[in-house]
Design a protein around this ligand. Structure first.
Ligand code: GDP
Length: 329
C-alpha cells in the first residue's frame, strides 16, 4: 500500500483553476516533490480513452479531483448543458481510470449547491437528496451529486478509498474576475475597484450595482483554507459519507457588498438590480463533522478579501491573467 509520503505520485486534476492551483502551492510548500498535472491541451478530461492512457502512463497514487467547468449564478443558468456535460464526464472518466489503475486514494471536490433549495440551515450532510434543487444551478448540482455517488459506488463495489468533500462558496487568489461568469465575491471586488477608478477619471460619484435583492446569505471560505482541508481529509478521512467544508458562518450579500466596499472603495454607493436572480436564499454548511475530525478554517473573511484584492491589483503574468479568466475550478 502506498503512503502519502513526500515522493508519492500525486495528480492534481484541474491545477490551473482556483482550487487546483491552491492545492499545488500547498503541496509544494509541504515538500511533495512528485506532483503530476496535465493542461487542457495535453489531456481532455472528458475523454475516457485519453484519461485511461494518461493514468496508465503516469500511474498516480493519489488524486485530487478538483477539475470542472464552474461559474457564478449567470453562467450556471445560461450554460447548463456545458455545466452538466463537462462535469459529469470529467468526474466519471477520472474516477473510472483511478479505479482501473489502482489509485490508492482519491479526493473528489463537490459543491454546497448539491443541497435542496429549501434545506434546514445550517445544512447537514444527510440533507442531500431530501428535496428539489435550486433551479439556477440544477444542472451543475446534478453533476456534482453524481460525483459523490460515483465515489460511493466505486467504494462499495470495488473497495476504492475515494472520498468526497463539499466546499461552501470559495474565493482567493487566481479566482475568475470576469463579470459574466464569476461568483459574487470576485465580481464585487472588481465592480468596486472599477467604479472607484471610473469616479477618479470622471469626477462623478462611484456607484456599484449588486445583483438581486441583497438578502440571500452566503458563506465564504478562502481557497488556501480549502487546500489545507483537502490535504487534511486526504490524510485522515476514509469514510463513505461526503464531508462539508466551510467556516460555519455566513452573511447577506448586502453585508458582503458593504464589507468589500469598506476595503476597496469606501466612497461608493450601492444599488440593487432586482431583475437579476437571487438564487438560493441561504446555504450555510453545518461543519460539525469536519470540526469533530479535527479541522477548522483559519483565514477570516476580512483578511481574505484584503489579500484577494491585493492579488487582483498586483501586476500579473499573461499566463496568470488567462488562468484567472478561465472557467476551470
Ligand atoms: P451562487 O452562490 O451559486 O448563487 O453563486 P454567485 O456567487 O454567483 O451568487 C451569489 C449571490 O450573489 C446571488 O444572490 C447573486 O444574485 C448575488 N450577486 C450580487 N451581485 C453579483 C454579481 O455581481 N455577480 C454574481 N455572480 N453574483 C452576484
Amino acid at each position: 500500500m502506498s503512503k502519502l509520503t513526500s515522493s508519492a505520485r500525486i495528480f492534481v486534476a484541474g491545477h490551473r483553476g482556483l482550487v487546483g492551483s491552491a492545492i499545488v502551492r500547498r503541496l509544494e510548500a509541504d515538500g511533495y516533490t512528485n506532483l503530476l498535472t496535465a493542461g487542457r491541451a495535453e489531456l481532455d478530461l472528458r475523454d475516457q480513452a485519453a484519461v485511461d492512457r494518461w493514468f496508465e502512463a503516469q500511474r498516480p497514487e493519489f488524486v485530487f479531483l478538483v477539475a470542472g467547468t464552474v461559474g457564478g449564478i449567470m453562467a450556471n443558468s445560461t450554460r447548463p448543458a456545458e455545466f452538466i456535460y463537462d462535469n459529469m464526464m470529467i468526474h466519471a472518466t477520472v474516477v473510472h481510470a483511478a479505479h482501473r489503475t489502482g489509485v490508492e486514494r482519491l479526493l473528489y471536490l463537490g459543491s454546497s449547491c448539491i443541497y435542496p433549495r429549501q434545506c434546514p440551515q445550517p445544512i447537514r450532510e444527510e440533507y442531500l437528496l431530501t428535496g428539489p434543487l435550486e433551479p439556477t444551478n440544477e444542472a451543475y448540482a446534478i453533476a456534482k451529486i453524481a460525483g459523490i455517488k460515483l465515489c460511493q459506488a466505486y467504494r462499495r463495489q470495488y473497495g476504492c478509498d475515494f472520498i468526497s468533500a463539499m466546499p461552501t462558496n470559495l474565493y482567493g487568489p487566481h479566482d475568475n474576475f470576469d463579470l459574466t461568469s464569476s461568483h459574487v465575491l470576485p465580481a464585487l471586488i472588481r465592480k468596486f475597484h472599477d467604479a472607484s477608478q471610473l469616479a477618479a477619471q470622471t469626477g462623478e460619484p462611484a456607484q456599484v450595482t449588486v445583483w438581486g435583492t441583497g438578502s440571500p446569505c452566503r458563506e465564504f471560505l478562502h481557497v488556501e483554507d480549502l487546500a489545507d482541508a483537502c490535504l487534511f481529509l486526504m490524510r485522515h478521512y476514509h469514510g463513505d459519507e461526503h464531508i462539508n467544508v466551510g467556516t460555519g458562518e455566513d452573511l447577506s450579500i448586502r453585508e458582503l457588498a458593504e464589507l468589500i466596499r469598506s476595503i476597496v472603495a469606501p466612497e461608493a454607493r450601492i444599488l440593487f438590480d432586482r431583475d437579476k436572480p437571487d438564487g438560493m436564499p441561504r446555504k450555510l454548511l453545518d461543519v460539525s463533522r469536519l470540526h469533530e475530525l479535527g479541522w477548522r478554517h483559519s483565514i477570516d473573511l476580512e483578511r481574505g478579501i484584503r489579500e484577494t484584492y491585493q492579488w487582483f491589483v498586483d501586476p500579473r503574468t499573461p499566463e496568470e491573467v488567462r488562468a484567472a479568466s478561465s472557467f476551470s475550478v
